[in-house]
Structures are given as structure tokens and as C-alpha cells.
Design a binder for this molecule. Structure first.
Ligand SMILES: Nc1ncnc2c1ncn2[C@@H]1O[C@H](COP(=O)(O)OP(=O)(O)OP(=O)(O)O)[C@@H](O)[C@H]1O
Length: 968
């Protein structure tokens, strides 16, 4: 035991640590053991070159051996026994009509010629010789006829397969390459057309063989896997030999229609395999109209058309599947029949005629095409329009598509005539050429566009470009995906044989018609859709902004209108209050009254002239012309001269009111349609601290308007202040009012001269009230002129001219007033003028008021040179009145033939009262005395009522009178 080692404790647990890990030695492997196959670089060049030119070129299209119309001839074998003679269709014949399969009709003739001689012999593969039967030789038909140039002549012992290989297979192959083709079986009844086309289950004809070829089992990975075929079968038959009808043989036999060259409502059935296609064909042949004739126990009574159309399924998203692809058409024509031979009668005879006519039209179309090709000067006749069959086959019959004919003939002697007729008729068709044939798919596109209204050619070209671009992009993005490249190669190989079209074709079905292309197409569509939506939203946004702006402007206008409305309401209230004041006769007493013009003291005076306020004009047609000229002239010191006014009012059917206001806040304008021309001139000429005011000329033209015009002029200079306010408010529907007012305040030697105003109003059907007020107060002088007129009429012509001249010399006022002329019809008018002058101890007041209720009147009032002589206050006024009709209250210038029962409005009471007072005052008496008997009528008795204003005026005048007497 090692001494260095301590004895082991029995309770000790030994923990073994993991030894430190060591990296394993790298196995010595030779590089050869990891020899990875080198990844071949992406064959860009190959792929790109394949994209341009398929690596595996498709089977080259065999150049048409014969550019002419292919015409084949098949000779039906002679019946071996009378039983098999054309009367009875063998039970094994395919397809069979179970209803009519039991055969021989009661009256059917059975050939007794057990060994019929053949009249048609095959010379070679392309020619036959038609020999005249013995019976016909007797009728001088001696020579035999040789018909050559057939594409191929199938002898009576030719099998269906041989016929298919020689005749049908090239068509099918071209069809699978995208070239449309058509085969029509033509021949007399019972010659084997139906047998050739459909065959029997044991001996299938061209259609079943073609379908088998199409769904060839030997090429499962080739063309058929990438294509879908549609098949349709319909027949064209006659309705009692007259109208043509179409019946769909794949549906329940429903009737369909044709528009131009397009069949409407035709059912197309996708055929995915041969069995399905053959069953559909059997079903269709059972539905087909057949009948027993002397020549055929199951004679076809209609033209049967089988159409097989191919659609590349992977391009469904790109191009409408029904708009492209080649079509293979096989037509089993009804056999030509001779009445003698068939013995048809009645309906059968009509059917026979229809069949023969259709065949004749068919032949005419081909003959016309042939002649047109031979001689281009000959137009291509439009025989195709004569029947549905030729309309449907228009492209073929006009040489736009290739077609082939299989002539079926019977070689028996008794069929000589039918065979001879067929060969003579159809052999020239071999000369028809197809040098200028349009690409088949284009022609088919045209037709299908008509039926399906799909993409047009303009959209196809960019689409093709897009497909090319997509192909390149896809190739670059999938460079490293070898598998995809392989698949793409395969697809290209397949498609190269499938989609190889003519170079002139506008549509190229590239192998890139895959799901990626479809998704890209959907993306493009969505992009375009989004753009459209975006544009629409932009338009709506702009419209919304415009609408918001309009709303804002409307809000502003509403606010402005509200504000205006409030102002008008305030004005109205004030105006009402003013009216109330006027009614209470406070106008003259209150120097601050709104209807007064005050000229205050010389050194601190304010002159307020308020005149011509037109308020509340409401009329339909209004022509108003107003002119007033008040003038105050003072020739002597401190004596004013007032000359006022000329007023002319013409009104018709109007309602107007003119009032005087002094407050500027009463000026407002409201109008709906307003044309106003206003001109005002105010001249304040002051010499020796006295102002001269010339104002104003205003003219208003308005139609259907409500307006209020006010002008204010104020001047305060030194101790002088002159304020002129003119306000007018006119409400009318049709208004033309020229207004001219002039106010001249001329003062010399501290005395104002006021000349105002000329107002002329022409109105129709209007109601008007005009009130003017002029007031002047100079120290102890006060001059107040108030003129008010209120005219209400339906048809009103008023002409008022008034002049008032207040001429004062040596402290005596001179007042010359007025000339008033009123012409009115059906009107009510009230005019009042007030003139007041007070100077020191002199006071003079003139108040003239007129109130004219009248429905229709023409009045002229002229008051001129009414001089208020201070020495003889009683003679201060003279009035010249013509045709005056007045009352005791001072109605002047009224000539009324018709008076309204009641006035519509009441004038300002103060004015009217004042005018009445004036009329009762001595002035009136004096004026009457001065004029003597110029007045032709007596004025009514004066009104004893007097207003406060008039009383004050009277007091002033009386005091003035007493002073004068005292001085005297
Ligand atoms: N090549 C042929 N080999 C054997 N049988 C044939 C041949 N061609 C025609 N037949 C027979 O002749 C009979 C009449 O043929 P098919 O009905 O095809 O004539 P068709 O021309 O169609 O007459 P239709 O115009 O009246 O319909 C049928 O029973 C058919 O089996």
C-alpha cells in the first residue's frame, strides 16, 4: 500500500469526472470520396434561345401538297345481294336508329339485278371512268367519261381506315396544329356519305377515327394533355320543305337559331376522351332526322354538322377559350335525290326539294368562288346567303378556310345518272385554290367574337407582348431552378407542336400560358381597376371640395342676410317710431326729430337736410321720376329765400312711399334685382361762414326690386354744419325711377340759401309716399320745409311741380311755392309741404298738404310765384290751380274724374294737419283773393282741427304779424 495515499474512507463516494473531450480526429478521407457533381450553370442561352425558337422544333407543317381544294372520291361497293341493296341498313350499321332499324318498307322496291354492272371504274388513284350503261347506250350515250384530278379515289374495296389515313388524317393533324379544316361528304342519296362520316361500331367512320386520333393514347404527354376539345353537333332540316330549322343534337334536341354565320344557343360539350365523344356522336345520330326512301332505308333528311374545337386550357385566363383554337368541321350532307328514283311524295318530296336546293346553293357558292378565282373581275356572288348551311360555311365557301370534299358515288348502272351528275358538278371544284387563305384561327376568331363578344385584336397584341415579357422575367428569376427549367422545356416542347401558328397570326399561344401568367393577368386587371377607382375617387374629392366651398359661401351669405335683416328690422322699428312721432305732431317741435332739417346757429349750427326718402316701394311696374328744387335764397341779410319745389310724379299701379328721414342709420338697401344709377352732387359753398349746398341728383332704375338708397352729406366747418340726408327705399317688381334732386343752400351774409330739390317720379301701379322736410334754424330763424306726398295707385301718372320761394328782405321771408302737377290714375296721393321760417321774432310756417284719393285721375296742379310777403303775410301765397279738385284741408292740384272710395294709406298726420291749417290760414284766403276767380271750383269748407305744429306756426305768424303792426 502506498504510504502516500491516505486510507480510503468507507463512506466516501468517488465521483468520476468526465474526461475532457477531445476533438475527434478528422477522418482521413480523400477528396474523391466527396466528389460532388458539378452543378451545371443555368442554361440561360439555351432557355432564351428556346424562348425565341423552341429547342425541339415542332413537326414541320407539311406544305400543302395541293393548294387546290381537295376532292376525294369514294365508290361505294355494289350490293352483293338484293337483300343488302340499299333498302335495308344492316343491323350492324353504326349508328342505328332503333326506331327505324327494322326495315324494309312495304313498298320498297327490291332490285332484281343480281349482278349489276358497274358504270364507274377506277383508272388510278386520281381518276375514274364513267361508262355509259347498256341501257343508256341505246339512248345514244355511247361515250364514257373520265374524271381525273381527284386528290384520291377510293375504290369500293377501300376501308374506312384507308380513307381516314389518306383523307382525314391530314386534316386532323392540321387541326391539332391549330389550322381549321372542314370535310364535307357530298353525293347522291344512299351513296355512303353517312357511312363514310360516321361508319359503324365495327367499321367506324371519319368522325370516330378522328376523335381517336385526337385522344391518341400513344401520346399521353403530348398535345392532348394540354388542350380541351369541345364538340357540337347540330342539323339543318326543313320544315315542310320551306323554312329551315336548326336543331341541337347534343342537347335535348331543342331548336336553335342562326344569326348571320353564327349559331346561337348551340351547346358545346367538352370531350375529354374518345369514349365520351363516341357516345355523344351515337346519341346525336339517333336524334338526327332520317327517313326511309326508295334509295335508302335510313336516308338522312338533314344536313348534319359536327364541329370539334380545341382550346388550350392553360390560356383560358388570357384569352376567352371560345374565341380561339382551330375547329374541325365534318359535314354529312343530305343526298341529292331524283324524284323519279326515290319516288318521294308529299313531305318527303318537300324534303327532297329542300335538300336539292341546299346542295345546289352549296354548289353555286363553290362555282362562284371558282369563277372568281379564274377571273377576278367576276365578283364573288353571295350565294351563301341563300341557305343556313352555306351561311355557316361562308368562310369555307369564300375560300378563306381550307376544306375538303369527299364525293361518294355508287357504281351501279342504275346510279349512272346520279354519279354522272355528281362528277360533272363537283369535278371542277378541284380547281379552287387556297393561295390567299387567311389564317384559320383568325377567321374562326372573327366568328366567335361575334358569338361571345370577347377580347378584340387590339387587346391581344399588348397581351402577347406582356406574355413575352413575363416569360423573360420568369426565366431570370428561376435561373437556379433546374426543375422548373426542365418543366418549361417540356411545356415548350409540347406547346411548340400545339401552338405553332402561322407567322402572320396575331395571337401566339406561348407555353407561358400557365397559372403564373393568369395570376399576373389578374394583377394587371386589378391594377387597372384600382386606377379607375382612384380616378373616380379623385373626381368625387374635387366635387366635394367645391361643394364645401359653396356651403361656406352660402353660410356667409346667410349670415350677411341675417345681419341685413336685423338692420332692416331695426330700421323698420325706428321708422315706425318715427311715424308714430309724426302722427303725434312732434315733428316740428322736436329739433332732433328724424324728419326734420335743421340749420342751427351761424357759429355753431348744423344744417340737416333730409329729403326724398323713398320707402317701401312695392309695385309691379314702376317708373318714377322726381324732381324737386327747393331753394332758399336770401337777398337781404338774415332773410332766406326758399324756392321749392318741382315735383313730378308719374305712377301707375304702384305703391310707394317717400318719407324724409334724418338719421343715417335709416339708410339701407335691400334688393333682389336692382339697377340703380344714382348721381348726387353736393356742393357746400360757404362764403362768410355760410354754406351753400347743391344736392342732389339721383336716378333710380329698378326691376322687381326692393331697394333703399340713402345718401348723406355732412359738413361741419367752423361753426357751420350742414347735413343732408336722403334716403329712399323702393320695393317693386319692376321699377324704373329717375330721381333728380338738387338742393342748393346759398347763403350770403350769414344767411343760407337753400335750393332743393327736383324730384320726378314715374310709376306704374305704384304706391308712393314722398315726404320731404326741410328745416332751417339760424339763430332765431327757423325754416322748415316739409313736403310729403303719399301716392297710392294702381295706375298712376303724377306730375308735380312746385316751387317754393321764400324771399325775405329785411327780416321778411319770401316764399314762393309751388307748382304742383299731378297726373294720376286710380291713385291715392297725399302731398304735404311745410315751410317754416322763424327769425328772431319772425316766424313763418307754411304747410301744404294734399291728399288725393282717386282710383283714376289726371290732375295737374300748378302753384307758382306764391310769394310770402312779410308786409302782407296774408298774401304770402298765391296759388295757381288748374283743374283743381280740393277740399277744405288744402288739397291742391287735383283733377279727379274718378275717386276711390277710400284712401289706401294715410299721410303723415302732422303734414296733413299743417297743410290743413295753412289752408284755413289767411294765406289761403289771401291767395284766393289774389287769384280772384281763377279757380273754377269752390273749395270745401276748412277743417277746424288744428295740430300742435300748426298752432305753433300760427303763434309765430301772429307774433310776426303783431310786430309788423306795431312797427307800422
Ligand atoms: N363503303 C361502304 N361499305 C359498306 N357499306 C356501305 C358503304 N357505303 C354505304 N354503305 C351502306 O349503304 C347504305 C347507305 O349508306 P348511307 O346511308 O351512308 O348513304 P347516304 O349517302 O348517307 O344516304 P343518304 O344521303 O340518303 O343518307 C348503308 O346501309 C351503308 O351501310
Amino acid at each position: 500500500m502506498d504510504p502516500n495515499t491516505s486510507p480510503r474512507c468507507p463512506g466516501t463516494i468517488t465521483v468520476r469526472r468526465n474526461p475532457p473531450r477531445r476533438a475527434r480526429a478528422t477522418p482521413q478521407t480523400t477528396p474523391q470520396s466527396f466528389h460532388l457533381p458539378e452543378i451545371a450553370p443555368f442554361p440561360n442561352d439555351d432557355v432564351l434561345s428556346a424562348a425565341q425558337t423552341p429547342e425541339i422544333p415542332p413537326t414541320p407543317l407539311p406544305k400543302p401538297e395541293n393548294k387546290n381544294l381537295k376532292v376525294f372520291l369514294r365508290i361505294r361497293p355494289l350490293p352483293s345481294s338484293p337483300v343488302q341493296a340499299p333498302r335495308v341498313r344492316p343491323k350492324s350499321a353504326w349508328p342505328q336508329n332503333p326506331v327505324k332499324k327494322n326495315a324494309p318498307p312495304p313498298g320498297a322496291k327490291i332490285s332484281k339485278n343480281k349482278n349489276p354492272a358497274a358504270c364507274l371504274t377506277v383508272n388510278d388513284s386520281q381518276s375514274v371512268t364513267l361508262s355509259t350503261p347498256v341501257s343508256s347506250k341505246e339512248s345514244k350515250r355511247i361515250k364514257s367519261e373520265t374524271y381525273g384530278g381527284f386528290s384520291h379515289v377510293f375504290s369500293s374495296d377501300s376501308s374506312q381506315f384507308q380513307v381516314y389515313e389518306r383523307m382525314m388524317k391530314p386534316l386532323v393533324e392540321e387541326f391539332l396544329r391549330g389550322r381549321s379544316g372542314m370535310l364535307a361528304a357530298l353525293g347522291p342519296s344512299g351513296s355512303g356519305k353517312t357511312h363514310t362520316v360516321f361508319g359503324t361500331p365495327r367499321d367506324p367512320g371519319m368522325v370516330p377515327l378522328a376523335l381517336r386520333h385526337i385522344f391518341e393514347d400513344t401520346e399521353p404527354h403530348a398535345i392532348q394533355a394540354s388542350r380541351t376539345f369541345y364538340m357540337s353537333i347540330f342539323e339543318i332540316c326543313s320544315e315542310r320543305g320551306k323554312a329551315e330549322k336548326l336543331f341541337d343534337l347534343l342537347s335535348d334536341g331543342s331548336e336553335i337559331s342562326m344569326q348571320q354565320s353564327t349559331v346561337k344557343g348551340l351547346k358545346e360539350v367538352i370531350i375529354s376522351n374518345t369514349e365520351l365523344a363516341e357516345s355523344l356522336i351515337a346519341q346525336a345520330t339517333l336524334k338526327r332526322a332520317t327517313a326511309m326512301t326508295n334509295t335508302n332505308s335510313q336516308s338522312s333528311r338533314s344536313q348534319c354538322i359536327i364541329n370539334i374545337r380545341d382550346v388550350p386550357p392553360k390560356c383560358k385566363g388570357v384569352i376567352n377559350p371560345k374565341s380561339n383554337g382551330a375547329s374541325l368541321t365534318i359535314i354529312d350532307l343530305a343526298g341529292a335525290e331524283r324524284e323519279k328514283r326515290t319516288g318521294n311524295q308529299g313531305t318527303r318530296l318537300l324534303e327532297s326539294n329542300f335538300i336539292n336546293n341546299t346542295l345546289m346553293v352549296f354548289g353555286l357558292c363553290l362555282r362562284s368562288l371558282l369563277e372568281h378565282q379564274k377571273n377576278r373581275k367576276k365578283p364573288l356572288q353571295k350565294h351563301f346567303q341563300s341557305s343556313m348551311l352555306t351561311r355557316y360555311l361562308r368562310d369555307y365557301l369564300e375560300g378563306k378556310k381550307r376544306m375538303s370534299l369527299i364525293l361518294t358515288a355508287k357504281s351501279g348502272e342504275e346510279d349512272y345518272l346520279d354519279t354522272s351528275y355528281l362528277l360533272r358538278q363537283a369535278s371542277p371544284y378541284m380547281q379552287i385554290k387556297y393561295n390567299e387563305v387567311e389564317p384559320s384561327n383568325i377567321v374562326s376568331k372573327k366568328r366567335h367574337y361575334q358569338a361571345s363578344s370577347i377580347m378584340d385584336n387590339t387587346k391581344l397584341s399588348p397581351l402577347s407582348e406582356h406574355l413575352k415579357r413575363m416569360r423573360l422575367v420568369t426565366e431570370h428569376t428561376d435561373q437556379n431552378d433546374e426543375k422548373n427549367v426542365e418543366e418549361r422545356k417540356t411545356v415548350m416542347e409540347d406547346a411548340s407542336t400545339l401552338c405553332k401558328l402561322e407567322s402572320s397570326s396575331s395571337v401566339t399561344f406561348k407555353p407561358e400560358c400557365d397559372s403564373q401568367v393568369q395570376s399576373e393577368r389578374g394583377h394587371i386587371i386589378m391594377q387597372n381597376f384600382a386606377k379607375v377607382i382612384w380616378n373616380v375617387l379623385k373626381q368625387y374629392n374635387s366635387k366635394l371640395k367645391v361643394a364645401e366651398m359653396e356651403i361656406e359661401s352660402l353660410k356667409e351669405s346667410i349670415g350677411y342676410e341675417k345681419k341685413k335683416y336685423l338692420e332692416l328690422e331695426t330700421h323698420l322699428n325706428e321708422f315706425k317710431a318715427c311715424c308714430t312721432c309724426c302722427k303725434r305732431g312732434k315733428i316740428k317741435n322736436d329739433p332732433e326729430d328724424c324728419s326734420s332739417v335743421d340749420l342751427d346757429q351761424p357759429h355753431n349750427w348744423s344744417k340737416r337736410l333730409s329729403t326724398v326718402f323713398l320707402d317701401s316701394y312695392s309695385l309691379e311696374t314702376f317708373h318714377a321720376q322726381s324732381s324737386s328744387e327747393p331753394s332758399v335764397g336770401q337777398f337781404d341779410e338774415e332773410e332766406p329765400i326758399l324756392v321749392t319745389s318741382c315735383m313730378q310724379l308719374d305712377s301707375e299701379n304702384s305703391d310707394r312711399e317717400v318719407l324724409s328721414l334724418s338719421k343715417p342709420e335709416h339708410q339701407s338697401a335691400l334688393q333682389e334685382s336692382f339697377h340703380a344709377r344714382s348721381s348726387s352732387e353736393a356742393t357746400l359753398d360757404q362764403s362768410d361762414e355760410e354754406p351753400t349746398l347743391d344736392t342732389s341728383c339721383s336716378r333710380l332704375d329698378s326691376e322687381k326690386s326692393d331697394r333703399e338708397i340713402s345718401t348723406s352729406l355732412s359738413k361741419v366747418e367752423g361753426h357751420n354744419a350742414l347735413e343732408v340726408e336722403a334716403g329712399s327705399k323702393i320695393q317693386s317688381e319692376s321699377f324704373n325711377a329717375p330721381s333728380l334732386s338738387e338742393a342748393t343752400l346759398d347763403q350770403s351774409d350769414k344767411e343760407p340759401t337753400l335750393s332743393t330739390s327736383c324730384t320726378q317720379l314715374d310709376s306704374e301701379k305704384s304706391y308712393g309716399e314722398i315726404s320731404t322736410s326741410l328745416s332751417k334754424v339760424v339763430d332765431h330763424n327757423a325754416l322748415e320745409v316739409e313736403a310729403g306726398s303719399k301716392i297710392q295707385s294702381e295706375s298712376f301718372h303724377a306730375h308735380s311741380f312746385s316751387e317754393a320761394t321764400l324771399d325775405q328782405s329785411e327780416e321778411e321771408p319770401t316764399l314762393s311755392t309751388s307748382c304742383t302737377q299731378l297726373d294720376s290714375e286710380k291713385s291715392y296721393g297725399e302731398i304735404s309741404t311745410s315751410l317754416l321760417k322763424a327769425e328772431y321774432h319772425n316766424a313763418f310756417g307754411v304747410e301744404a298738404g294734399s291728399k288725393i284719393p282717386n282710383e283714376s285721375f289726371v290732375s295737374s296742379s300748378l302753384t307758382k310765384d306764391d310769394i310770402l310777403d312779410p308786409l302782407s303775410p296774408q298774401d304770402v301765397s298765391s296759388t295757381k290751380t288748374r283743374n283743381l279738385v280740393g277740399d277744405s284741408r288744402g288739397k291742391i292740384g287735383v283733377d279727379s274724374s274718378r275717386k276711390p272710395p277710400k284712401p289706401k294709406r294715410t299721410l303723415v298726420p302732422s303734414s296733413s294737419m299743417l297743410s290743413r291749417d295753412l289752408s284755413t290760414f289767411d294765406l289761403c284766403d289771401e291767395s284766393e283773393k289774389l287769384k280772384g276767380n281763377r279757380g273754377t271750383r269752390k273749395l270745401p269748407a276748412p277743417d277746424p282741427k288744428r295740430s300742435n305744429g300748426s298752432i305753433s306756426l300760427l303763434h309765430l305768424l301772429q307774433s310776426r304779424k303783431s310786430n309788423l303792426h306795431r312797427l307800422a
